[in-house]
Design a protein around this ligand. Structure first.
Ligand code: FAQ
Length: 319
């Protein structure tokens, strides 16, 4: 496990007391002493998570006007709105660590900050909306249920609420795809095509293999990650493979098999593709950032109005 480096001014006694609290299962709160590296790691992870929720609205939002029925449209509107709320909770959780909203948003809009690789893939058909719910929310829930138990109080509490909403997202996606997989030949083909395109990106979104995960050591030591990337991926596969097969779909992995312990084992993941997407060269990276920048510019008047409201004189406030 990675040995944490004490920052200048930090003492071994402070670190020992901090780690003893984590060992006892206590939550670390915003005003508690924490190593600078714990703060840095959490700001990195929570802000990336917040950006992912906000950018994650784009591939789904693109289908609101094209939903095939009023029922599906209202579900999708509610889901996209939930993702905006998740972004808000998470930006707030990151702010408790001393970073401002402006700094985080600037990092996203300039392309400096990361957000989940999964949202750099296009949504080509309506079935992609169901598949995002089933697979992407399914993977996100596995990871976030683990994070709900993490050592940082504000993040852990945000995760509890987010997971309960993601459960609804997961169920509606599964319900939709199961229905199409048992529907007309065209619906079945559309569901299979969506699975073919989303399976591997969903596997990748849970992060690199443990041996290639530089942040895992310290995050595990400090009770942020309670399970490794590969452990979470294994949970995701074990739940989803039998359900996808049961629905009559074919998983696009010729090497997939179930071992003697009941674990489903996958074939090689294309990590070159993953890193290329993470570095900004995925199919939709440029469009996602353009869309976020345009939304930010178009929302300038809202921020100005809020600021004017906050700065109103007592006489204006009494009006
Ligand atoms: N995409 O050392 P590790 C959702 C980066 S929410 C891009 O293993 P770590 C809801 C990583 O940042 C989905 N970059 O990193 C929804 C690091 O680079 P850095 C988002 C990735 O942090 C559903 C480098 O690779 N969830 O889907 C990715 O220990 C439907 C080395 O990796 C969260 O953010 C990736 N997939 O573990 C919304 C959960 N994976 O920063 C709308 C919170 C890794 O050192 C519709 N985050 N990298 O320069 C986490 O749990 C962790 O950050 C991991 C990565 C597990 C994602």
């Amino acid at each position: 496990m990675t040995k944490p480096i004490l920052a200048p001014g930090e003492t071994q006694e402070q670190l020992d007391a901090f780690e003893a609290r984590i060992q006892r299962g206590e939550k670390i709160e915003a005003n508690d002493w924490m190593p600078a590296e714990y703060r840095r790691q959490l700001i990195r992870m929570i802000s990336q998570h917040a950006h992912s929720e906000v950018v994650g609205m784009l591939p789904e939002g693109a289908w609101i006007t094209r939903a095939p029925s009023l029922k599906r449209k209202t579900i999708l509107i509610a889901k996209v709105q939930d993702e905006a709320g998740h972004g808000q909770y998470l930006y707030h959780a990151a702010e408790t660590l001393g970073i401002s909203r402006e700094e985080m948003v600037d990092a996203l809009l300039s392309g400096k900050a990361k957000y989940s690789s999964i949202f750099n893939y296009p949504t080509l058909t309506w079935a992609d909306i169901g598949m995002i719910g089933w697979l992407v929310d399914g993977a996100a829930i596995k990871n976030q249920t683990m994070l709900a138990g993490c050592s940082y109080g504000p993040y852990s509490r945000a995760m509890v609420r987010i997971c309960s909403e993601e459960t609804f997202h997961h169920k509606q996606g599964k319900e939709m795809i199961v229905m199409y997989a048992q529907g007309t030949p065209e619906q079945r083909a559309m569901a299979q095509d969506a699975l073919n395109r989303w399976w591997w990106p969903a596997m990748m979104m849970l992060g690199p293999h443990d041996a290639d995960s530089p942040n895992s050591g310290v995050l595990t030591r400090w009770g942020v990650k309670l399970k490794s990337n590969d452990e979470v991926r294994q949970e995701f596969i074990n739940e989803h493979v039998p359900e996808l097969l049961e629905a009559g779909l074919t998983i696009p992995d010729p090497d997939l098999y179930q071992d003697e312990n009941g674990d489903w084992k996958h074939g090689p993941i294309n990590w070159d593709e993953f890193w290329s997407v993470v570095k900004g060269h995925g199919q939709m990276n440029r469009q996602r950032l353009e869309a976020r920048n345009a939304a930010h510019d178009e929302g300038a008047w809202v921020r100005e109005a809020l600021e004017a409201y906050m700065n109103r004189t007592p006489a204006q406030a009494a009006d």
